[in-house]
Design a protein around this ligand. Structure first.
Ligand SMILES: O=C(CO)COP(=O)(O)O
Length: 268
């Protein structure tokens, strides 16, 4: 990203990994590592997205140690309360001190058949409860091969944000995660990431407003590693990374969060 008012965000999506004991260990180590390197959390925001069962332990640790690491959940119900077995409401997440929640991760779209209308409903509920939704979009390999990735992704963005108020959209984080690059080791090139992130920003400019387009943070996700983060972050429309596998390794994730320091050649 270039100079702008948007604070970069590095978010670790732990997916279905780490029980609450393991979560506490990893978070403690991550916090020590970043503190040791004098990470400036105002300059690059850091968040983790653990499984639901870990969140209470994460909250206790973050509060107790006054960590500057933020946290959130990987999914949220569209319902407020009631007979929805297995669901977790936005208000429950707010009560646990969550800042963020993913909406429409490709694995939810793939394994739970989530479509744009449901993603839109989840983002709406999250915002109403004071959570920032990280709305995930991105194309599969067939669509990429057909050259329709931009169009396809923009349609997902339109669908996810439909009917939201401008001031709410301003808070939303969008994560462009090409499905073919998730968990495959296949990283989109920085130019691939920039192409779609720029198209998303232009779409927001046209359909919402230039000032909203300028405020919304757009992340890239898909096999991001410490070694690739710098190149991706150098792109003007990429404002952070949504990291899967590498967020489970403290040194890798800390390195991703410290992409600026590492670029400047400070000690790793
Ligand atoms: O899905 C992702 C983050 O939400 C990306 O996962 P990987 O970084 O493991 O490819």
């Amino acid at each position: 990203m270039t100079d702008s008012a948007r604070t970069p965000l590095m978010a670790g999506n732990w997916k279905m990994n780490l029980n609450h004991v393991e979560a506490v260990h990893l978070l403690q180590k991550l916090s020590w590592t970043l503190q040791d390197k004098k990470h400036d959390f105002e300059r690059v925001e850091v968040a983790v997205l653990p499984p639901f069962t870990d969140i209470r332990s994460v909250q206790t640790l973050v509060d107790g140690d006054r960590m500057k690491i933020k946290y959130g959940a990987q999914d949220v119900s569209v319902h407020d309360s009631g007979a929805y077995t297995g669901e977790i409401s936005a208000a429950m997440l707010t009560k646990l001190g969550c800042s963020y929640v993913l909406a429409g991760h490709s694995e939810r779209r793939q394994y739970h058949d989530e479509g744009d209308a449901l993603v839109n409903a989840k983002a709406t509920k999250a915002l109403a409860a004071g959570l920032v939704p990280i709305v995930c979009v991105g194309e599969g390999l067939d669509i990429r091969k057909a050259g329709e990735h931009v169009e396809y992704t923009l349609a997902q963005v339109d669908g996810a944000l439909a009917g939201l108020k401008q001031d709410d959209i301003r808070k939303v984080v969008i994560a462009y995660e090409p499905v073919w690059a998730i968990g495959t080791g296949e990283v989109a090139t920085p130019e691939d990431a920039q192409e779609v992130c720029a198209a998303i920003r232009s779409r927001l400019e046209e359909t919402i407003s230039p000032s909203v387009a300028d405020s919304v943070r757009i992340l890239y996700g898909g096999s991001v590693k410490m070694s690739s983060a710098g190149g991706i972050m150098a792109q003007p429309d990429v404002d952070g990374c949504l990291v899967g596998g590498a967020s489970l390794q403290v040194d890798e994730f800390a390195g991703i969060c410290r992409y600026l320091d590492l670029q400047l050649g400070y000690s790793s």
